[in-house]
Design a protein around this ligand. Sequence first.
Ligand SMILES: NC(=O)c1ccc[n+]([C@@H]2O[C@H](COP(=O)([O-])OP(=O)(O)OC[C@H]3O[C@@H](n4cnc5c(N)ncnc54)[C@H](O)[C@@H]3O)[C@@H](O)[C@H]2O)c1
Length: 245
Amino acid sequence: MKRTAIVTGASNGIGKAISFAFSKEKINVVLADLDQKNGKAVEAKINGDGGNSKFIYCDVADPVSVQDLVNDSYKEFGSIDIIINNAGVSEFESPFELTIENWDRIINTNLRSCFLLTRDAAEFLKKSGGGSVVNIASTRAFMSEKNTEAYAASKGGIVALTHAMAISLADFGIRVNCISPGWIYDGQPDKLRDIDHHQHPSGRVGKPEDIAKACLFLTDPNNSFITGENLVIDGGMTKKMIYEH
Ligand SMILES: NC(=O)c1ccc[n+]([C@@H]2O[C@H](COP(=O)([O-])OP(=O)(O)OC[C@H]3O[C@@H](n4cnc5c(N)ncnc54)[C@H](O)[C@@H]3O)[C@@H](O)[C@H]2O)c1
């Protein structure tokens, strides 16, 4: 039977590339996002190319919306095997100006969402005899620029949540891993400067497809020895020392 993946934040950027990559592997894809216009366009492209996808409106910060997403996905495709917790907001503000409301919104959208969808979908992954969850964190879980407190905390939380849920769900054959991307660019290539590329040990800025390929690797049932792990994909930036001589 064909596997089914739920990809959050699938209407744009990294989530869109992950959805296309799964569809190419003949995996049904649920496209979950707030952005209906672009989500429907992704759905049309995948289905037009012979794949099987469905856009479902979901606010990942809302527990009821997440539960509805899981139920509707199962009704549509009859199984849930893969969860990609990718939806997120990248918002940066001075700690002196960051309101409690914005702190809660960023944490709930980026971090609590990963807990809610994984927990709710786990009931269905169990029915499939197991499955795989990939959470999208960030290299900002490990190092910082100024004024990034809520975002960094949400991503650090994702790395810890990943190993905790990997252990709690292991008995059900469910693997939980995360990916920490560095700079991933989905715009016009000519908008990037030479220095943007050359500062990376890899010699280039990342693309959404770099993350999509890693999602295929981590969710491949043949890679069943990998769980609780964080995979940094950043062109080597977090391995580069920057002392000035
Ligand atoms: N692009 C990068 O350089 C980079 C680096 C590290 C980590 N990330 C992470 O990768 C993920 C995807 O980033 P991206 O660059 O593709 O961003 P993006 O803004 O292009 O896409 C994010 C998607 O999430 C959706 N979304 C936002 N809030 C939502 C909500 N409450 N419910 C449902 N959907 C919601 C948006 O509508 C959008 O389609 C994010 O978690 C981001 O933090 C990105």
